[in-house]
Design a protein around this ligand. Sequence first.
Ligand SMILES: CC(C)(COP(=O)(O)OP(=O)(O)OC[C@H]1O[C@@H](n2cnc3c(N)ncnc32)[C@H](O)[C@@H]1OP(=O)(O)O)[C@@H](O)C(=O)NCCC(=O)NCCS
Length: 193
Amino acid sequence: MSPLPNADAYPKTIMLRDGIRVELRPLEEGDKIRLLRFFERVPEADRYFLKENVTAPEVIQSWVTRIDFERVIPIVAVVDDQIVGDATLHRSRAPARHHVGDIRVVVEPEYREKGLGRRLIRELLDIAVELGLHKASFELVAQREKAAIVAAESVGFQEVARLDGWVRDIWGNYQDLVVLELPLKEHKEWWRF
Ligand SMILES: CC(C)(COP(=O)(O)OP(=O)(O)OC[C@H]1O[C@@H](n2cnc3c(N)ncnc32)[C@H](O)[C@@H]1OP(=O)(O)O)[C@@H](O)C(=O)NCCC(=O)NCCS
């Protein structure tokens, strides 16, 4: 398994807009219960569009026991021994797509709109550059994941595609899937926005 680039930099302590101190660090094997409890605190309506069943213990078990930084880089935000945010950078197994990565991010409702989501996105973008990736992307549901779209755009992501009716919501309505992209540059422009 290849190591996380700049692993020595973790844990990092950051301060949110309201002064709360948060520790950022890679997910660890001992995080199973913390991560499960975190996703249980995320509203079902937010979880519905995630790509996996994040409240299934077997899903979380496989995440914490099969940590492979070549495939997925998971960074968690921790306050008082509780996970309050989870951000992941996903890379394809296919060598042909190894130069791009897809980002996913979830923040616990109580900790939203304090700058944590954007900070986690920036953290993953820095890691992506260290890994030599050329581009990062987000796939988000146009109407339902508006906060994530605004957060991604706030660090420089731009919409490059819109797939009409690709996502079905809880009520059976079809919604558009938006693809946002950010070219990754050494001078880390996402910190300027
Ligand atoms: C998307 C999400 C991670 C954002 O986390 P957050 O910690 O609230 O984000 P931030 O506080 O860093 O906000 C960054 C920017 O996004 C925008 N934003 C955040 N929440 C918003 C909302 N509810 N409505 C409109 N804009 C919003 C703001 O412009 C904000 O910039 P500002 O703080 O300068 O005003 C969080 O809302 C979430 O977990 N949503 C549910 C899960 C989800 O949809 N994930 C995406 C799928 S991968």
